[in-house]
Write a protein that binds this ligand. Structure first.
Ligand SMILES: Cc1ncc(COP(=O)(O)O)c(C=O)c1O
Length: 438
């Protein structure tokens, strides 16, 4: 089979170079590092730039295009809806009601209300506000390395320095505790020696810091921005039980882990979690801006009429997208595909890890995996400089990747869930070649 990817000249090509110059002149320069590629159009897992170069995509935007770029059913649903009704604010529409019902039917069974918003940060802010209102308390437990968005309370609950730099003092009442980072266990444990001592530490940190006004706990099922860090199996269920014993609200931030990304519809399903509030974003619209806060009716009932709203939340086009995305995921068995292709890709990445002196850790589940690059596998010295080279070299060979990580040293493996075996192997061949020539 001829290769799918094709890059004809050193990047950026001529059209791309001209547009990038204008981009740097007119757009604010505070976004993360990207390969010098100006996207033109995309379909499924394949992205074409303005110079006609063709790439495979391991970014899904930023874990957004779960059903693949420009899925025809999604495009048609959005197009049709845009011709009928674009805006309504809080008035109900048939598609909004159907979307809310479908959300309730797919999320954990205790979540029986949907509130539509536009961004993940907004859903997280709403969740913390409701937890405080419901309990009458104000302290929120959150985790080192956590990322919940860039708005004030979301950044305050986050555990990465970047979003908070010179933005402080951050939201008061946040109790920060430790997220398990097994590759760099701060307690010096290995997988073999671990008895989840980090859980006991989490508990004692909270006990030492709380003034007795605990409202809730917010956690990502795996940490995204911190470097696709997965807690040990059983940690989240144990945490949920502990949260319930405290009588506080369990908020699960599934903004990026949901919609099939981990090989289950929601990451909560891996340990049968029952959060009382769950924030969802990114893949829910697979390219159309929409987010949702899923809630237990009693908990979200703490807010009375008129106490929460969002200008574009539940707008007809977003609602049509929510419906179309759920239909596509079900009709095309994309969650199963994510699990299957994730296994295939992970086993090849683990083989590459054996050979590559800089690939310190390969971790993840389904189609969200992190490749943690280090200068030395013994010292584990982070190698953000190598990640940048990987981003550029991979793009030059036809593969688009991004980076994350507390140390900026993790390559993201997060293709759309529609990825085929041929696309997986071709993209892995490119990544192997790049990693072996660092
Ligand atoms: C886990 C998590 N929560 C919240 C957010 C914030 O979402 P948004 O950028 O849509 O506000 C993100 C975005 O990356 C995220 O990964």
């Amino acid at each position: 089979m001829p290769p799918i990817t094709h890059v004809s000249s050193p990047l950026p090509g001529p059209q791309g170079a001209a547009l990038l110059a204008e981009w740097h002149q007119y757009e604010a320069n505070c976004v993360g590092y990207q390969a010098p590629v100006v996207w033109d159009h995309a379909s499924g897992c394949v992205v074409t730039d303005v110079d006609g170069n063709v790439f495979l995509d391991w970014t899904s935007g930023v874990l957004v295009a779960n059903v693949g770029h420009c899925h025809p059913h999604l495009v048609e649903a959005v197009r049709t809806q845009a011709g009928r009704l674009l805006n309504n604010y809080e008035s109900p529409t048939a598609e909004r009601i159907r979307a809310a019902k479908m959300m309730v039917e797919t999320t954990p069974p205790n979540l029986d209300r949907t509130f539509f918003l536009s961004t993940g940060s907004e859903a997280v802010e709403g969740a913390m506000r409701i937890a405080k209102r419901y309990t009458g308390n104000y302290e929120i437990i959150s985790f080192t390395g956590g990322f919940h968005g860039r708005t004030y309370a979301a950044a305050g609950a986050g555990g990465l320095a970047g979003p908070k730099k010179q933005y402080g003092p951050i939201m008061p009442g946040v109790i920060k505790t430790l997220y398990p980072y097994c590759y760099r266990c701060p307690l010096g444990m290995s997988c073999e020696s671990c008895s989840m001592e980090c859980f006991d530490l989490m508990e004692s940190l909270v006990q030492a810091s709380s003034t007795g006004s605990l409202a809730g706990l917010i956690i990502e099922p795996y940490q995204g921005a911190a470097g696709f860090i997965f807690p040990p199996v059983g940690y989240l269920k144990r945490l949920e039980n502990w949260v319930r014993e405290q009588g506080i609200i369990f908020i699960l931030d599934e903004v990026q882990s949901s919609y099939g990304r981990t090989g289950k519809m929601y990451a909560a399903e891996w340990e049968d979690l029952r959060p009382q509030l769950m924030a969802i974003g990114k893949g829910i619209g697979s390219g159309i801006p929409v987010s949702a806060l899923m809630a237990e009716a009693e908990v979200i009932g703490a807010l009375g009429p008129g106490e929460m709203s969002s200008t574009f939340g539940g707008n007809p086009v977003s609602s049509a997208a929510v419906i179309a995305v759920l239909e596509i995921l079900q009709q095309e068995n994309l969650v199963e595909n994510a699990a299957r292709m994730g296994d295939l890709m992970k086993s090849r990445l683990l083989e590459i890890q054996e050979k590559c002196p800089y690939l310190g850790d390969v971790r993840g589940q389904g189609l969200v995996m992190g490749l943690e690059l280090v200068h030395d596998k013994n010292t584990k010295e982070p190698a953000p400089d190598l990640v940048r080279r990987v981003i550029d070299e991979a793009a030059q060979h036809g593969l688009l990747v991004g980076s994350v990580g507390i140390f900026g040293n993790v390559v993201r493996v997060a293709p759309p869930l529609v990825i085929t075996e041929a696309e997986a192997h071709e993209s892995l061949d490119i990544m192997e070649d790049v990693l072996m020539h660092l």
